[in-house]
Design a protein around this ligand. Sequence first.
Ligand SMILES: [Zn+2]
Length: 311
Amino acid sequence: MIKRPTLLIVMCVLIFSGCSRQEYLSNSLVQNTNNSIYDYNMKRDLLCLMIAYPNFIIDVEQNNGKVYIKLKSGMKVLYDDKKQKNFSSKLQNPDIQDMMEQPYPLGKVNKLMDENFDPGRIRVYPILKEVYGSNKSAIESNLSQVSIGYKRYAFNNTNNAAKELKAAIEELNVLSRNNWKISTNIAPSSGTYNYRYISGTGRLSPHAFGIAVDLKRDNRDYWKWATKEQGEERIKEYPVEIVNVFEKHNFVWGGKWSHFDILHFEYRPEIILKARYFGKEIDTSKSWYDGVELNKEKNREYIQLIEKAIE
Ligand SMILES: [Zn+2]
């Protein structure tokens, strides 16, 4: 007959080993799910970039477990450096995964974003330089003029940036006829192209590439000028038509950054495409590219390239 204390010990061992086994199983399950969510996200990010910059990103490669996009110039840009980074080091030293990580919310917002939620504010400069010009004179040779109100402003002609700005402004000019609030928040514009660094940083402003426009200024527009309450008040009263039309033409709005920049719109097709195609939560029972228009031949081509590079 087994003594009572021994029985107790045996039961404890059984219970604990059962627990730890279950814990192990659920851990590996979590890891598997995470892995496939990570892969879904990675492939989606790469696809959005290829659709956003069709003449500049020519391939995707995997080498020793590291994934790169290959630019037309031959330069390779790493997808994920796998480093643990806080928000400011992501801003200063981002990889593609950092740039694409925060989901941009399309449409009307009624409040200031949560702290350090700045979708589209992180930029991978080698991509911008490849597309819009690697230095001041290269950028300036790509500029063309777009009319905003009664003045003309320089904007980058590459990758449809100036064309999309022109289309957005023309659409807003029509809407302004029935809504004076639209025109009074657009012109006079506070500027487009300006070869400068972001104040207090060593990073070039998106204005330096000629891909950002500041519309008419209000003193509550910038996180360094105004309190959070003032910023939020301005976001609430900002005409949603301006935001919708710019987003339709692949611009992100600085009003959707916790470091708000409400007069600022920036041409970032990769961020808008990800929001448009993949705005919902990932459903791994569907294909990773569920949401993308498959009737476009180019899209199918990019999907194949990505599937071939990443098993
Ligand atoms: Zn700006």
